[in-house]
Write a protein that binds this ligand. Structure first.
Ligand code: APR
Ligand code: PHB
Length: 389
C-alpha cells in the first residue's frame, strides 16, 4: 500500500488529522488496533475549546456538535459550602462547548467514511521502519496477514500505550512525568445533570466533579485512593459520598439513578520531547498526558493536529519543510502551558494525602483569591477556554 501520511491510531487525534489532510488533498491511511465499536465504547471528557470546534467545523463535523452540544459560558467552583462562578464569556469573550468525546469520535468516523478514507481496524504488530529516512514504512498484520505501507510521513496518534513514542530512540527522547497520589472514580447515569454548568468541588473529603453528556446523561467523579476499586462502591455509596462533597443546595437537587458505567482513572502529567523524529510526528496522548481536571486532553491533541496538518499542507503545496521543522517546538510550547494549567487546577482542587495544615491554608487562600479577583478568574478562564493556537 502507498499513501502520503500513514496515521497510527484511530482515536480523535488520528481521525481529526486524517480529515484535515483530506481537506488539503493529502492522502492518508489510518491504522487502528481496536474495532470501531471498541473505540466508540470509551467514555471520555468532552469539554471542547473553540479551536477544536473550528477544526471540527472545517472537516464537516459541526452539525451535531452545534445541535446536541451545550454552550457553557462559565463553570462553578465550590470549596466547603461556598460556591462561586467563573464567567468565561465575561472574562475572555468566549465559551466552551460540552459535547462527549465519544460523539466527536463518532462524527469523525462518519466523516472518514463519507470521504472514502481508508481506516484499517484490528491491526496488530505495528512497526514503524525508517522513520529517520526519506521513505518510512509501516508494517502491520491483520488476522496474521502481514502488510506494508510505503509513505512520506508517519503520524503517531496511537495514545500513551502506542508504539510511536517508543519508536523514538531513548537516546533522543526525554520523558517528564508526575503521578498524582489519587484517582477519579467516575459514574455515568441516565439522570438529568445536577446543574446546567459543571461544578468543580474541593471538599474536606476530597475532590468531586459534576458534569454531563446531555440533558439526561450525567457524569460525576469523586477523588479516590489509587488502590481503590469500582467494586468497592455501590451506586448508593457513590451518591452519598458525592452529596457530602458538593454544596448542600446542590446535594439536595441531585437526581440519582443506576450507574450505566463506573470506573477509576489514575491521574498523571506526562510529556515526551521531542514530538518529532525524522518523518515521524507525535500527536495527542502519544506525546503527552494531562490530569483530566482541566479537560485539556482532547483539546491539546487538537492543537498538535492543527500544527501538524498545516505543516504537511505547506510541505506538499510549496516543498517547504519549515513548518515541519518548527512542529515539535511549536506544539510543545502550547502543550507545556496546558500541562501547567492542568497541574495547577489539580493541585488547587484535590486533597493530597499527608497535606500539611500550611498546604491546606495555601489551597484555601488560592481559592479565596480566585473567588475575589477578576484577574485571577480571567487567567483561569483564558486557560480553560483554550490559549490561542
Ligand atoms: N496500532 C494502532 N492503533 C493503536 C496502537 C497501535 N500500536 N496503540 C494504540 N492504538 C490506538 C488506540 O486503540 C486508540 O484508539 O490509538 C488510539 C489512540 O487514541 P487515544 O488514546 O484516544 O488518544 P488521542 O487520539 O491522542 O486522543 C486524545 O483521548 O485518551 C483521551 O484524554 C485523552 O482526550 C484525550 C484524547
Ligand atoms: C467529563 O465530563 O467527563 C469531564 C468534564 C470536565 C473535566 C473532566 C471530565 O475537567
Amino acid at each position: 500500500m502507498r499513501t502520503q501520511v500513514a496515521i497510527i491510531g484511530g482515536g480523535p487525534s488520528g481521525l481529526l488529522l486524517a480529515q484535515l489532510l483530506h481537506g488539503q488533498g493529502i492522502s492518508s491511511i489510518v491504522l487502528e488496533r481496536q474495532t470501531r465499536d471498541h473505540v466508540l465504547s470509551r467514555i471520555r471528557a468532552g469539554v471542547l475549546e473553540q479551536g477544536l470546534v473550528g477544526l471540527l467545523e472545517e472537516v464537516g463535523c459541526g452539525d451535531r456538535l452545534h445541535t446536541e452540544g451545550f454552550t457553557h459560558d462559565g463553570t462553578l467552583i465550590s470549596f466547603g459550602d461556598e460556591m462561586f462562578r467563573v464567567d468565561f464569556t465575561e472574562h475572555v469573550g468566549k465559551p466552551v462547548v460540552v459535547y462527549g468525546q465519544t460523539e466527536v469520535t463518532r462524527d469523525l468516523y462518519a466523516a472518514r467514511d463519507a470521504s472514502g478514507g481508508q481506516t484499517i481496524h484490528s491491526v496488530e504488530n505495528v512497526v514503524i521502519k525508517g522513520a529517520n529516512t526519506a521513505s518510512p514504512t509501516v508494517v502491520f498484520e491483520v488476522d496474521g496477514e502481514a502488510s506494508i505501507i510505503e509513505c512520506d510521513f508517519v503520524a503517531g496518534c496511537d495514545g500513551f500505550h502506542g508504539v510511536s513514542r517508543k519508536t523514538i530512540p531513548e537516546t533522543v527522547r526525554r520523558d517528564y512525568e508526575k503521578v498524582y497520589p489519587f484517582g477519579w472514580l467516575g459514574i455515568l447515569s441516565e439522570t438529568p445533570p445536577v446543574n446546567h454548568e459543571l461544578i468543580y468541588a474541593n471538599s474536606s473529603r476530597g475532590f468531586a466533579l459534576c458534569s454531563m453528556r446531555n440533558a439526561n446523561l450525567s457524569r460525576y467523579y469523586i477523588q479516590c485512593d489509587l488502590d481503590d476499586s469500582p467494586d468497592n462502591w455501590s451506586d448508593e455509596a457513590f451518591w452519598n459520598e458525592l452529596r457530602r462533597r458538593i454544596p448542600p443546595d446542590q446535594a439536595s437537587a441531585l437526581v440519582t439513578g443506576p450507574s450505566v458505567e463506573k470506573s477509576i482513572a489514575p491521574l498523571r502529567s506526562f510529556v515526551t520531547e521531542p514530538m518529532r523524529w525524522g518523518r515521524l510526528f507525535l500527536c495527542g496522548d502519544a506525546a503527552h498526558i494531562v490530569p483530566p481536571t482541566g479537560a485539556k486532553g482532547l483539546n491539546t491533541a487538537a492543537s498538535d493536529v492543527n500544527y501538524l496538518y498545516r505543516a504537511l499542507a505547506e510541505f506538499y503545496k510549496t516543498g517547504s519543510e519549515s513548518g515541519l521543522d518548527e512542529y515539535s517546538a511549536k506544539a510543545l510550547a502550547r502543550v507545556w502551558k496546558a500541562e501547567r494549567f492542568s497541574w495547577w487546577f489539580t493541585t488547587l482542587m484535590h486533597r493530597f494525602p499527608g497535606q500539611s495544615e500550611f498546604d491546606l491554608k495555601m489551597q484555601i487562600a488560592d481559592l479565596e483569591f480566585l473567588r475575589s479577583s477578576a484577574s485571577a478568574q480571567k487567567a483561569m478562564a483564558e486557560n480553560y477556554v483554550g490559549l490561542p493556537y
